[in-house]
Write a protein that binds this ligand. Structure first.
Ligand code: BDR
Ligand code: CA
Length: 311
């Protein structure tokens, strides 16, 4: 049986690779792709989502634009990581497929309501604005969600956009707070695991060696944002953050983590968006998330390369 998913995203090269992985995987039925402002503003994320679908040869998946700004703050973007377009690294044609009419939040609500309880998994690859807005506007959809698998937060790795916070949670901490308090089954891919999913020369060359447009695009994107992470962290490559979310749905045995309590800092300017994760279980606060800490990196890259070869 295929698993029905909606991908909420702010592409972003790593979002793009996650979307390609999902579209390449027969176990997953992508009901729609909802764009949110994040790495770059909404007009670009909603355009990039369609560029990616066309690259994958899938022009039938509905793509909708959602929230242009966080719930109660000004938008913070990350062109310093992803480039001016959000998809810098290779020139791809402007998309011909149109955006669907309507707002992504309405699409999420309508799609959830149209199916039985527990039928849909939401994959969140950007700030949680669209999803939290849907949960706030239509609390009845909570029971319709099988799981939310999201990339966001950090514990041991602390932060990447500030010393205390990871980008997706930092951009819209109020939205993250709503999601983490929702009672929905959450699987969280924090920096602790994504910083172990690093590109290496052989891994990038394996993408390029596919000899396809997809392989070339993925290799060029990873080449592009590798320069940033190598300079910043002195690491051997760049973390492929968002594809871990999709890989978890396909091969959860590649990952390990703990069921723990995670709360979001929304008050302090200094630590805004910090994910206060009770990794050591030093409080009696109830667990609300499966917080992933480790992955089998070779298995992850093998899965990714194998699936991308199908496009
Ligand atoms: C997250 O922020 C974005 O830059 C990436 O696309 C990823 O979703 C990593 O902190
Ligand atoms: Ca992202």
């Amino acid at each position: 049986m295929t698993r029905k998913i909606v991908i909420d995203t702010d592409p972003g090269q790593d979002d793009a690779i996650a979307i390609l992985l999902a579209l390449a995987s027969p176990e997953l039925e992508v009901l729609g792709i909802t764009a949110v402002a994040g790495n770059v503003p909404l007009p670009l994320t909603s355009k990039n989502a369609r560029i990616i679908c066309e690259l994958a040869g899938n022009v039938d998946v509905p793509v909708l634009a959602g929230c242009a700004a966080p719930m109660s703050r000004a938008l913070v973007t990350a062109e310093h990581v992803h480039g001016k377009t959000g998809l810098d690294g290779i020139d791809l044609p402007d998309p011909e497929m149109p955006l669907q009419d309507g707002h992504a939040v309405d699409f999420i609500i309508k799609t959830l309501r149209s199916l039985p309880a527990g039928a849909i998994t939401l994959c969140a690859l950007g700030p949680l604005t669209n999803i939290a807005t849907a949960l706030t506007r239509a609390p009845d959809v909570v029971e319709k969600i099988q799981q939310i698998a999201l990339m966001g937060g950090a514990y041991f790795e602390v932060g990447n956009i500030t010393p205390a916070a990871e980008f997706n949670i930092y951009v819209d901490p109020e939205a993250a707070d709503i999601v983490f308090k929702s009672g929905i089954d959450l699987v969280v891919m924090p920096l602790d695991v994504t910083h172990k999913a690093l590109t290496t020369r052989p891994r990038i060359e394996a993408f390029r060696a596919l000899g396809t447009c997809v392989g070339e695009a993925v290799a060029s994107w990873t080449d592009f944002f590798e320069r940033f992470d190598i300079a910043k962290y002195g690491s051997q490559g760049a973390p492929l953050h968002d594809p871990t979310v999709i890989a978890y749905l396909l091969e959860p045995q590649l990952f390990s983590g703990r069921h723990i309590n995670v709360e979001i800092e929304v008050q302090s300017d200094l630590t805004r968006g910090m994910t206060v994760a009770d990794w050591w279980r030093v409080t009696d606060r109830a667990a609300n998330a499966l917080f992933i800490g480790d992955l089998h990196a070779d298995g992850f890259y093998a899965l990714l390369t194998d699936r991308l070869a199908r496009l």
